[in-house]
Design a protein around this ligand. Sequence first.
Ligand code: NAD
Length: 335
Amino acid sequence: MTLGVAVIGTGRMGADHVRRIDSVIGGARVAAVADLDADRANAVAAGIEGCSVHTDPAAAMAAPGVDAVLIASSGPAHEPALLEALAHRLPVLCEKPLTPDPAAALRVLEAERRLGRRLVQVGFMRRHDREYQQLQLLLENGTLGHPLLLHCRHRNASSPSFFTTEMLIRDSVVHEADATRWLLGQEITSVQVLRPRPSSLAPQGLGDPQLVLFETSGGAVVDVEIFVNCGFGYEVRCEAVGERGTASIGGADGPVTRSAGRAGRAIPQDFTVRFADAYDREVQAWVDATRQGRVTGASAWDGYAAAEVCEAGVRAQRSGERIPVQLADRPALYA
Ligand code: NAD
């Protein structure tokens, strides 16, 4: 059967996922879209046969031919959409963050726990990136020895006008929170944030860049440079340092050109280019698993744990102190 997907939110990511489901991956079709902005939803659905258009996410989920839901609306809209999808027992791929705050994430966990089965996957797409997968394997099979440090860099060319200092953590570093937990197989136990003088090229009032430090349950230390107005492009790098060696990912690839007295490589300008393959693999894996009645990838628990790390991170930003991360008891469903 072809999986009929309702895509909620047809902004930048939602439109990209609609294109992906419609013309890149196999086994699924876009059965419905919903966006508060009807013009945007209509434009994204144009030319997709049998795709109904809505402004209400609940109506899209109840539309004929919908078997599953992909949520790509803004973070604060995730919780009501997730609860609606769970009420219909529809499998969901929810873009990160699961919810912007841990209290909302716990309500989603509780709704899923009451159903007694997992239906939610969180769109932490780095878990589907080939390089990240290779690094995870090197760490898991012990090639690098016991992991000691991760050095992470997360840079965007520029941030959108609505981006706040808090969003550096909740929207951007949330990726490193999940990647750290997944790469190391450990929980993050504390967060500290160091704030250099803000770049004069960043929007006024934005504390950009920042250095975020995680300590983990296995004794590793992780440093994350988050710099969302670096100017030159989009760059995500990670170097793992173990007792027996190091491995790094995210270096530029593609052809080296020599011209006008210089040699160099192009730098992707945004995540849709850098992680294009990871998004394709993520959505294809979700469709394949859903058609088989399985749920793989990052769980609602992973989304909740990342939200707790970010909550501690925002408190650390404000206080300058090292803030412990305290997780709720993990329900058996996520063992
Ligand atoms: P966007 O602002 O371009 O699009 C969001 C859309 O959601 C808008 O069209 C808005 O009208 C719509 N919307 C908001 N509330 C809604 C509601 N209640 N019902 C229906 N539609 C609603 O934002 P974006 O950059 O596309 O981000 C969307 C999601 O994707 C966010 O959760 C964001 O964090 C995530 N994201 C993930 C990645 C990644 O690398 N995985 C990258 C960028 C964004």
